[in-house]
Design a binder for this molecule. Structure first.
Ligand code: GDP
Length: 296
């Protein structure tokens, strides 16, 4: 597991520094460089890591370290705090309220896990007594409606879509209207993805958003995209008002760093992570336990 490797590398760097008889600027620098390398390998954007290194140098007082305080602990705490700060978007995302209709629109590239995540999100809330509904406004990917329909049927969640209608805006508006009338309190709109970021995708997203006026736009990102995370998240944020992020495929070869980059790029918190293909492989994202795991 890559997260564990990262924790191992950071722990080793801290241990090496602790073992040094004198902690001077050079030893501290070597330790921080080692930590930087580990974080970049875990896909945290290079610039973010450099900023973090600068902050830690400012916080950590070499005299304290020399005076026999627990050096390892002081630096580890500083790294922990900085990583938590990176994952803190500064403000919580809009949180839907049970019993009050909210529209949540999902955006992301094709293959990111968007459709799967829509159902997971609906299922998660349904289990807690909500009345969710799914709208398939993805008219671009052949089979998207069938996939959503199949997942929704399995989870007994109402769904709306069309084989005939090719205008995603119309489908989205009709679906939202219908489920509002049916007193659903969480109306989830799945939008089209594309293989890459392109103007047509962003224009379509913008139109669906304008027509349905979502209370929350969730950007879904595949954790395995590596260093591309920052730019991709930023491109979506520039086109539509992203308010939260869900990072998928955190199981298997997941590298945690993309999550940090996505938060920095969108100034929005990660709210859930996907940890498998199944409906219930979905976890609430919590900053501190995530960073603890990252540091090993
Ligand atoms: P979309 O094109 O963005 O709507 O992507 P899909 O929802 O169709 O997902 C693409 C693939 O990723 C499918 O095979 C999903 O089963 C898989 N997938 C989605 N989320 C996860 C996850 O958290 N973990 C794993 N391992 N696979 C996932």
């Amino acid at each position: 597991m890559v997260l564990a490797q990262l924790g191992g590398s950071i722990s080793r760097a801290l241990q090496q520094m602790s073992n040094a008889t004198v902690i001077d600027e050079k030893v501290l620098k070597e330790c921080l460089n080692e930590i930087t390398r580990a974080l970049v390998q875990a896909d945290v954007q290079f610039k973010l890591v450099c900023d973090m290194q600068t902050n830690i140098k400012k916080i950590v007082n070499l005299e304290d370290l020399a005076a026999g305080h627990n050096k390892r602990k002081i630096i580890q705490q500083a790294v922990f705090n900085e990583l938590c700060k990176m994952l803190d978007a500064g403000k919580p995302s809009f949180t839907p309220k049970k019993g009050k209709p909210s529209v949540v629109m999902f955006v992301g590239l094709q293959g990111s896990g968007k459709t799967t995540t829509c159902t997971k999100y609906a299922y998660y809330h349904q289990k807690k007594g909500w009345k969710p509904a799914l709208v398939c406004a993805d008219t671009f990917r052949a089979g998207a409606f069938d996939q959503l329909k199949q997942n929704a049927t399995k989870a007994k969640i109402p769904f709306y879509g069309s084989y005939m209608e090719s205008d995603p805006v119309k489908i989205a508006v009709d679906g939202v209207e219908r489920f509002k009338k049916e007193n659903c309190d969480l109306i989830i709109v799945d939008t089209s993805g594309r293989h890459k970021q392109e103007a047509a995708l962003f224009e379509e997203m913008r139109q669906v958003s304008e027509a349905t006026k979502p209370d929350l736009v969730i950007f879904v990102m595949d954790s395995s995209i590596g260093q591309a995370a920052f730019d991709q998240a930023q491109a979506f944020k520039q086109s539509v008002a992203v308010g939260a992020v869900i990072v998928t495929k955190m199981d298997g070869h997941a590298k945690g760093g993309g999550a940090l980059s996505a938060v920095a790029a969108t100034k929005s918190p990660v709210i859930f992570i996907g940890t498998g293909e199944h409906m219930d492989e979905f976890e609430v994202f919590d900053v501190k336990p995530f960073v603890s795991r990252l540091l090993g």
